[in-house]
Each structure stands twice: as structure tokens, then as C-alpha cells.
Write a protein that binds this ligand. Structure first.
Ligand code: 5AD
Ligand code: SF4
Length: 510
């Protein structure tokens, strides 16, 4: 979500005549997009802002965007006085206007400072010295959380030329008791299906073949159009995007179990381009905890939705988010979370330690779980899930699966592909030179050690594949072998020959 917000902000500013540069050293204005979903993410923001301070002397200006900006508001100016602009996630539409104000204010401040300097020289007045320094201009955009408008932009600067995001719904009205999102991103507002489809067609024309529909609660989508002939439910929109000529894969995230209807499963069964994957965050396996979290469903209702997905004609991969150590979570509650993992058999789970967030109702709940206990539960969940994934990934051995080629990892001599189920499938293509052949055996343990490293972090096992993915892209096309194999952005059939808890390995089928 945040990545796509940045793409939209960058595209909008490029259209306004700004230029994007590679490093902070080259920039006159540094805009920092932020996330406040957990305390750790927020702390990182203030450390980074402190790092930026040393660049202030070089005349650079700083702006903070996103959820930390919305949450902390003008307090950011106190904690990081070198910041000139604070713009919340619901106010991006106004950013160009805010930057104009910033530049105008800066100019006025420079003129004022110069005038004082001149007056002081003329009168020999040293008291004016204090005011000589240019006043820091401060611009805020924080009051738009009640807006009905989406940040629709035709100027999105997408970073990947094959796979792109489309936001279909912004904000959230669910108010889960632990979550800051409704406070930072504002109320739920959907775009018309017509405008989403126009964007999908435009992307297909530009050569994109994979689209990911985005929303905090993507399946709470409500088409705001008054034209009943064009109005679409979420499942209908999903199917229509999948039918756009040129589009080969459609994903959607994140679904809320309360609004997850059977029609979504029917759409996946009916439209081949819709991917075999549903991310359905459960947060806890205990109905008692789900109730305290104000999740609006119980364990049985969640499992009913899982049963719909499992009853599909296609083999749909299911992934989830889980929070451990919510206030009052007993050992028995925690055991229910573990048993849910076994019962569902997820392909990946993002696991988090509960992090108390400002303004949220759960902040005032008693029976906080000590951090060491949260850490223990996190380890237990991750270890159990790892075992489940070992078994689940193994099942693919011997299958031939279509992947989208995402990159080439020269050090491992492997291409990196992604399956419809969103699994990483690293593969060789029979065109290896000696150097790459030598690294094949090593690649096995490397892929594995990546997952061990990620296993230690609080983030999920899936973070591993992202890291692998990133490193693969960075070394893309650096080897002669890469030139002979499949092209990035194309689709290839790969026979799976091995598996790890977070990835598969295989050979290209020609
Ligand atoms: N503490 C821990 N995890 C949280 N999440 C959201 N808020 C919190 C919090 N306060 C997790 C949920 C959500 C994911 C995006 O982040 O699991 O699904
Ligand atoms: Fe947060 Fe709950 Fe909304 Fe998801 S549904 S964004 S967890 S409030």
C-alpha cells in the first residue's frame, strides 16, 4: 500500500515538473513516506529523520508523508525541527499545492531575512541578528480523513514495468481495537469500477500483464457510481479486471474475513487470470481474542470462509496475518491460534507481536503480555508454521507450474519466478555456463539460509521471498547466462524439483 502511495506521489510530482534523483545528497527536497502500523516502524522514522538533520546545513528541505505524519501531526516539528512539511495519507491530493506553498513561504522568508540583513547593515543594529536567519516555513496537510475523495492519479510512476498496483478503495471503517489505520488513513472510500477498469486497460496497453488490486479492506469495496448498469460488486470488478485483454494475472489484497463472500471464490473459479491465492488475515484463532480485537467474526465463521476457498475447483493458496500477545491472550487462547494453523494449513503467515498503538481502544486494556512472552509465542507460531510450510511446499515437487519471470540471480545461476499461488520458484534453464553450474549446489543452501535469517525476525516467513526477490532483481541481467534464458516479465513453465519452507526450485520446461 505504502509502496504504491509513493509511486502515486512520485508520478504526480514528476507531472508537476519536479525531478526525481537517486540519492538524498542530490535532492533539494526529501520526502519521506512513513508507516505507523507497529511501534518499530514508527521508531525507525524518527531515527531516519535524525540522520537527515545533518543535511539541513546544505539547504535541503524535508517533508514527512504517510501514517506517522498523520498520527504525530505538528508534533513532528517538535521532535524533528528541521522538517518543513507534514502530509497525512489522506491528503496526498493536496501535495502539489502544499509544495507551492512551501516554496512561496520559503521565498518570502528569504526576502524577509535579506531585508533584516540590509536594515542591520544600514543601522549597525546587532539586535536584528537573531532574526536574520531565515524562518523555517511549516506546511501541514492533516485534515482530510473525512474526505470522500480518493487519490486518483493518471500520473502514477510505477517502478515495475510488468506488474502494477491499482488502489480500488482507501481508508478503513472497521476499527479493529489494535489498529491505527482508521485513524491515519481516514474513512473508507471506493473508486468507481469504471475508473478502475480504465486504469487496468491503460496498464495493459502499456505492457503490464499483472495487476494487484489494493485496499486496506479490498473486499469491502463499494462502487460509488449512480449508474446501475455500470455498478459492480468487488467480485464482479475482480472478474472484469481479469478479462481485460492483455492481463494474465490479477491479485488482490487485503481481504477482511467479515466481507469475504463466496462470490469471490466463484470468480476465481470462473476467470483463469485471477490468481490462485487469497490472503485472509485472521489475527487470532481464539474467538474470545477475536472479540476483544473487534474483528467482527469468530473462529467458526472464519473457518467457514476457509472451507469455501478449499471447496474451489482450483487449488487456492491461503495466507494470513497473525498477532500474538494481544492483551489478555491466555495460553489456551494461544493454543487455539496454533491449532488454527494446523487446521487451515496456510502457505505463509505474517506474524506480529502485539504493539500498543496511540488512540486505539486496546491501549486501555489490562493484562498486557510481557514482551519476552510475546517473543516466545512469536517463535512458537513461526516454528509451527515453518513445519506446515515444509509439508505444503513439498507437495509441488514433480508439478509443472507457470511462473512470471521476475529476475536472474547471477550468484546462484538461477532465474526467479513467481507462481500464481504467489510462491517463489527459483529455476535453472539449461543454458548455464560453467560458473553458474558451479553455483547451483550452493544456491540450495543459500536459499535456505535466507529463510533462516528471516525466521529470526518478527516479520513473516514470506519476507524471505521478498528479500530473495529483491536481491535477484538487483543482480538481474548481469550474466551472459541471463541473456540466453527467459526474459524478465515473461511467463515460463517450470518443473519443480525441490522445495524449502519458503521457496521452490525447478527447471525450465522448453
Ligand atoms: N500490533 C501488531 N500487529 C498489528 N497489525 C496491525 N496493527 C497491529 C498492532 N497494533 C498487523 C495485523 C495486520 C497487519 C497489516 O499488521 O496483523 O493484518
Ligand atoms: Fe486495521 Fe482492522 Fe482496518 Fe485491517 S480491518 S486496516 S486491521 S482496522
Amino acid at each position: 500500500m505504502n509502496v504504491h502511495d509513493s509511486e502515486k506521489v512520485i508520478g504526480t510530482l514528476l507531472h508537476e515538473g519536479y525531478r526525481q534523483v537517486e540519492t538524498v545528497e542530490e535532492a533539494d527536497l526529501i520526502l519521506y513516506n512513513t508507516c505507523s502500523i507497529r511501534d518499530k516502524a514508527e521508531q525507525k522514522v524518527f531515527h531516519r529523520l535524525a540522520d537527515y538533520k545533518k543535511l539541513q546545513a546544505r539547504g535541503k528541505k524535508f517533508g514527512v508523508l504517510g501514517c506517522v505524519a498523520q498520527q504525530e501531526g505538528e508534533k513532528i516539528f517538535e521532535r524533528a525541527p528541521h522538517v518543513s512539511l507534514v502530509c497525512g495519507s489522506a491528503s496526498y491530493r493536496k501535495l502539489p499545492e502544499m509544495l507551492v506553498q512551501l516554496e512561496a513561504g520559503q521565498l518570502a522568508a528569504q526576502v524577509e531575512a535579506a531585508t533584516f540583513r540590509a536594515a542591520r547593515v544600514e543601522a549597525g543594529n546587532c539586535e536584528a541578528e537573531e532574526r536574520e536567519t531565515e524562518k523555517l516555513v511549516r506546511i501541514t496537510g492533516l485534515d482530510d480523513r473525512q474526505t470522500d475523495e480518493c487519490f486518483e492519479t493518471e500520473f502514477t510512476a510505477r517502478t515495475n514495468p510488468y506488474r502494477g498496483y491499482i488502489t480500488i478503495i482507501e481508508g478503513c471503517d472497521k476499527f479493529c481495537s489494535y489498529c491505527v489505520v482508521p485513524f491515519t488513513r481516514g474513512k473508507e472510500r471506493s473508486r468507481t469500477a469504471e475508473s478502475v477498469l480504465a486504469e487496468a486497460r491503460q496498464m495493459a496497453d502499456l505492457g503490464y500483464s499483472e495487476i494487484q488490486l489494493l485496499g486496506q479492506n479490498v473486499n469491502s469495496y463499494k462502487d460509488p457510481t449512480s449508474d446501475l448498469r455500470k455498478k459492480k460488486t468487488f467480485a464482479e470488478l475482480l472478474a472484469a479486471v481479469g478479462e481485460v485483454p492483455g492481463i494474465r494475472r490479477v491479485r488482490f489484497t487485503t481481504s477482511h474475513p467479515r466481507d469475504f463472500g463466496r462470490d469471490i471464490v466463484h470468480a476465481i473459479d470462473a476467470v483463469p487470470t485471477l490468481c490462485d491465492h487469497v490472503h485472509l488475515p485472521v489475527q487470532s484463532g481464539s474467538t474470545r481474542v477475536l472479540d476483544a480485537m473487534q474483528r467482527l467474526y469468530n473462529r467458526e465463521q472464519y473457518l467457514e470462509r476457509i472451507a469455501w476457498i478449499k471447496a474451489a475447483k482450483r487449488d487456492i493458496s491461503i495466507t494470513s496475518d497473525m498477532i500474538v500477545g494481544f492483551p489478555g491472550e491466555t495460553e489456551a487462547d494461544f493454543d487455539e491460534t496454533l491449532s488454527l494453523l494446523d487446521e487451515v494449513g496456510y502457505d505463509s503467515v505474517f506474524t506480529f507481536k502485539y504493539s500498543p498503538r496511540p488512540n486505539t481502544p486496546s491501549l486501555s486494556l489490562e493484562d498486557a503480555i510481557p514482551d519476552e512472552e510475546k517473543a516466545r509465542r512469536l517463535e512458537v507460531v513461526m516454528a509451527r508454521q515453518r513445519e506446515i510450510q515444509i509439508e505444503r511446499y513439498k507437495k509441488h515437487i514433480g508439478m509443472t507450474i507457470e511462473v512470471m519471470v521476475e529476475g536472474y540471480n547471477a550468484s546462484r545461476g538461477q532465474w526467479v519466478g513467481r507462481t500464481s499461488q504467489n510462491k517463489t520458484l527459483n529455476f535453472t534453464a539449461g543454458v548455464r555456463d560453467d560458473a553458474t553450474r558451479g553455483s547451483e549446489a550452493r544456491s540450495t543452501s543459500e536459499a535456505e539460509s535466507t529463510s533462516k535469517a528471516a525466521g529470526k525476525s518478527a516479520r513473516s516467513t514470506q519476507a524471505t521471498s521478498r528479500a530473495t526477490d529483491r536481491s535477484a532483481r538487483s543482480t538481474q541481467a548481469t550474466s551472459a547466462a541471463a541473456d540466453c534464458g527467459p526474459r524478465v516479465g515473461t511467463y515460463a513453465s517450470v518443473r519443480v524439483t525441490g522445495s524449502f519452507p519458503n521457496s521452490l526450485v525447478g527447471e525450465l520446461v522448453v
